[in-house]
Design a protein around this ligand. Structure first.
Ligand code: NAD
Length: 512
């Protein structure tokens, strides 16, 4: 039996004794399913099985792997409604939002199938200036066994895109889904095992709490891709440091939206309200703070308040946002609202009464939030938006860049959107829209600062799961013989003099 540990699991959803996970249907609160918790023995067995098939998976080559990925894509497409129902039940989000996770997963598969060979395949390079007798090339080769530890907020799309990147690059993968959404992780792996019957061990899963994640890392990974909170990210980074296991860290955010004086305020309000409240605000790239210039502040607040009041909360088919599936998150949302109010903010929509009890939290719009309040600095991860008044976009850029995170962002301006966006110390920016960078599988996704490092999605996401292996092969005798002891006397002095003359001559040409 595994001991669960409150310091590392942020548990609170489900009663458990550590040997099993009991999930609940978020719409009804009724028990949904039970999953055995994997411990060190299961983790070691999964890593051994993964390692035993890694060589043959890599030897398939890009086209052989693409064939299997296409079969998997067909299986996910066929049974997508099943996944949407499971995501709706375990996570609580509206079924249409769950469907969009399936759609995104299919699109990431399409990108990986179509691009892995172009990005990672052999690339011939020119011979170096003193190595003219060599042929040079680079290949991107897989790490081996990759562990993927995932969160509950986008339980299919978030770990799914990473799993796809890692598999397409030739790695084998073991997924440890969040304990809140173990069924979704298991479903993803079962679709693989149903559709790629000649390589079932290439993608496996282990269910459990934080201790299972620790056991997976301890079992000996060649790379870890972790998605979750900053606190857990630092814990797993410290664990990986012991073995120098390379990592992709996709952590939290406190994304800011900047609204300039020349913004289309109707568009800005519609996108920001959606960007803040969709998925009940449970998005690493959810918009958490709007920095609005004084000149348009009052009009903007009026517009977002009207829109936020109309957002339907619940679990029926008309609901636009669902419950908060992790009870401990409700305390964080309440603390942030309380702190903002105590520091002079006003709740123009919602407020403390929306987090008074139960699993449903209605939208809250906090205005006149001071820049130092928790809601303006830390990740709230709930259906809230903090509105901060700024003198100009210059001040807004400074405040975004002063924060500890650096994940996504949004800029609303008719004339200066791109210029403002390029100055933000973040990984991603939507201009005159919200969150859309995450919907394009070609765009790399990841953060800076406390939001982590490394990238998923796009070419960078494929390269994240492969390391460059450089090759140089001799094709004939060397002019300089720079790599043996029988180098002719004076050859290196002549080479240095020739390089000097060439460089200085080129410099002269430029400055004349
Ligand atoms: P969390 O840190 O509590 O848990 C994440 C995962 O880590 C879970 O599977 C958990 O069981 C596991 N875990 C916990 N302790 C561990 C340990 N010591 N060793 C190994 N694994 C351990 O986070 P969460 O509440 O599941 O997810 C929400 C967080 O994830 C938010 O901060 C959100 O912003 C972030 N997130 C980031 C991205 C991104 O791409 N940057 C995407 C989605 C979510």
């Amino acid at each position: 039996m595994i001991e669960t540990h409150s310091a590392v699991t942020r548990d609170g959803v489900i009663g458990h004794d550590g040997s099993e996970i009991v999930t609940i249907d978020q719409a009804t609160g009724a028990e949904l399913a039970q999953y055995p918790v994997a411990g060190p023995d299961e983790a070691a067995a999964a890593v051994a099985a993964s390692r035993s098939v890694h060589g043959s998976w890599w030897n398939l080559g890009f086209e052989g792997r693409a064939q299997r990925l296409r079969a998997w894509q067909r299986e996910i497409a066929r049974s997508g409604e099943e996944a949407a129902a499971l995501i709706h039940a375990e996570n609580g989000k509206p079924t249409d939002d769950a469907r969009s996770e399936v759609l995104a997963t299919l699109q990431h598969l399409q990108f990986a199938i179509g691009n892995a060979e172009r990005v990672l395949g052999r690339r011939d390079l020119p011979a170096g200036p003193i190595t003219g007798n060599q042929r040079a090339w680079v290949e991107h080769q897989p790490y081996g066994v990759v562990g993927v530890i995932g969160p509950w907020n986008f339980p299919l799309m978030t770990p799914g895109a990473i799993v796809i990147n890692a598999l397409a690059a030739g790695n084998t993968v073991i997924l440890k889904p969040s304990h809140v959404t173990p069924g979704v992780g298991e479903w993803l792996v079962q679709t693989w095992q149903r559709s790629v019957s000649d390589f079932p061990a290439v993608l496996q899963h282990l269910n459990g709490y934080g201790a299972t994640g620790q056991a997976l890392i301890t079992a000996g990974l060649d790379k870890l891709a972790f998605t979750g909170s900053v606190a857990t990210g630092k814990t797993v980074a410290a664990q990986c440091a012991q073995t120098l296991t390379p990592m992709l860290l996709e952590l939290g955010g406190n994304d800011g939206a900047i609204v300039a004086a020349d913004a289309d305020l109707d568009e800005a309000a519609a996108h920001i309200v959606w960007g803040a409240l969709q998925n009940t605000g449970h998005g690493c790239i959810s918009l958490e703070v709007a920095y609005v210039v004084e000149a348009v502040y009052d009009t903007f607040v009026e517009k977002i308040s009207d829109l936020a009041r109309g957002v339907r909360v619940g679990s029926d088919e008309n609901a636009q946002i669902g419950p908060v599936p992790l009870p401990t998150q409700i305390g964080i949302i309440r603390d942030h609202i309380q702190d903002a109010l105590a520091n002079g903010a006003t709740a123009v929509v919602g407020g403390l009464e929306t987090v008074a009890g139960g699993r449903y939290v209605a939208p809250t719009i906090l205005v006149d939030v001071p820049a130092g309040a928790l809601a303006a600095i830390e990740e709230t991860f709930g259906p809230t938006l903090a509105v901060v008044k700024v003198a100009d976009t210059e001040q807004a850029v400074t405040q975004v860049n002063d924060g500890p995170y650096g994940l996504g962002s949004a800029v609303f301006s008719r004339q200066h959107g791109e210029a403002i966006a390029r100055r933000l110390r973040v990984g991603m920016t939507s201009i005159n829209d919200a969150l859309v960078f995450s919907m394009n599988p070609a765009l790399p996704f990841g953060g800076r600062g406390d939001s982590g490092y490394g990238r998923k999605h796009g070419d960078e996401g494929l390269r994240e799961f492969a390391y460059p292996h450089s090759f140089s092969t001799k094709t004939g005798p060397a002019r300089l013989s720079s790599s043996t002891f029988d180098r002719p006397a004076g050859a290196m002095k002549a080479a240095l003099a020739a390089a000097r003359d060439r460089i200085l001559a080129a410099d002269d040409t430029r400055t004349n």
